[in-house]
Design a protein around this ligand. Structure first.
Ligand code: DQA
Length: 166
């Protein structure tokens, strides 16, 4: 069971949700469209921002993409501690990056792992995630909708709504 973690004592302060995209996700739209669809990363991010704006709570999204493991580790260290949750598609790093997993574990925030494709129906090396054991859960195979599902869950579980605060 995931615990509901209040974002802040008074929710006049926005709650930050960190959204990270790993290697090669900047190429969405042209990268293997048969696997990842035609949606671009700016489309996904705009959709997430729209959803966050429509939430019944003040939510600030900090969104980054990097092709570099160390940059992602730095971003987790920088933004993780003040975030109520982390939504991450680690791309190929999912399958082998202990450094990324350790960075996520170190900041001790709820992690929601997202994959556009159904990694379990693809090559065997994609079936294993080193991030999944420290994540609240994994969403895979729903394309861009998976990000929206992850964000909605994070807002519902980890952000105090304005109604709750009255
Ligand atoms: C991915 C799946 C990974 O196996 C792959 O390396 C990616 C994208 C996905 O979103 O389906 O880069 O994370």
């Amino acid at each position: 069971m995931s615990e509901r973690i209040p974002a802040a004592a008074a929710s006049s302060e926005p709650s930050t949700i960190l959204v990270l995209h790993g290697p090669n996700l900047n190429l969405l739209g042209t990268r293997e469209p048969g696997v990842y669809g035609s949606v671009t990363l700016p489309d996904i991010n705009a959709h997430l921002r729209q959803r966050a704006d429509q939430a019944s709570a003040l939510v600030e999204l900090v969104i980054h993409q990097s092709n570099h493991e160390g940059v992602l580790v730095d971003l987790i260290q920088e933004h993780g501690p003040r975030s109520v949750a982390i939504v991450i598609n680690p791309g190929a790093l999912t399958h082998y990056s202990i450094a990324l997993r350790d960075a996520l574990a170190a900041v001790a925030r709820p992690v929601i792992e997202v994959h556009l494709s159904n990694v379990h129906a693809r090559e065997e090396f994609r079936h294993h995630s080193v991030v999944a054991p420290i994540a609240v859960g994994q969403i895979a195979g729903f394309g861009k909708d998976g990000y929206a599902m992850a964000l909605d869950y994070a807002i519902r579980q980890y952000v105090v709504s304005e109604e709750d605060n009255q």
